[in-house]
Design a protein around this ligand. Structure first.
Ligand code: DQA
Length: 161
């Protein structure tokens, strides 16, 4: 089982060139590399997916019930529209943390509504790439609170080869 499924929603594959004044100059690959490195520090295994399609994201969240302990997600524009993604997340019992690069509360009114925040443990937004890293830390801490300490498990695994 992976500890954390990280989900990137629509248009996040265009980061780097997409409205850099809002979303920053880092590409999605840069964010994934930073998350991979942070996950290693935390002793967590992560799996990451990106899709521009709502149904693919719904199916990924359903599948996470069997193979992930927690979900870190930026559902991008679907955040503001998708009851289907909210319903899928509601079925997932582990920690769920929503993140956004930009601070939606400082933007257009339609971005100030999140369909998914209400089924999440919390939301981190406005810190650019750091929103993802802070989100991963939050997921890690929520897992520890549930008694799932990734670092200890990693060391133990190392001990027994
Ligand atoms: C976003 C904010 C959304 O409103 C927008 O549709 C995105 C990115 C963010 O990370 O700031 O695609 O989720």
């Amino acid at each position: 089982m992976n500890d954390v499924l990280v989900i990137f929603g629509p248009n996040l594959n265009m980061l780097g060139t997409r409205e850099p004044e809002i979303y920053g100059s880092e590409s999605m690959a840069d964010i994934m590399a930073a998350l991979t490195s942070r996950a290693e520090d935390l002793g967590r295994r992560i799996d990451m997916i990106q899709s521009n399609e709502e149904g693919v994201l719904v199916t990924a969240i359903q599948k996470a019930r069997d193979d992930a302990a927690a979900i870190l997600f930026n559902l991008a524009a679907y955040t503001h529209t998708s009851v289907a993604l909210r319903d899928a997340l509601a079925m997932f019992d582990g920690p769920k943390v929503e993140v956004h690069l930009s601070n939606n509360d400082r933007r257009e009114a339609f971005r100030q509504i999140s369909m998914t925040a209400g089924v999440s443990d919390g939301v981190i937004q406005g810190f650019g790439i750091d929103s993802f890293l802070l989100g991963l830390d939050a997921v890690h801490r929520l897992l520890i609170r549930r008694g799932d300490n990734g670092v200890v498990r990693k060391i133990m695994k190392g001990d027994i080869g």
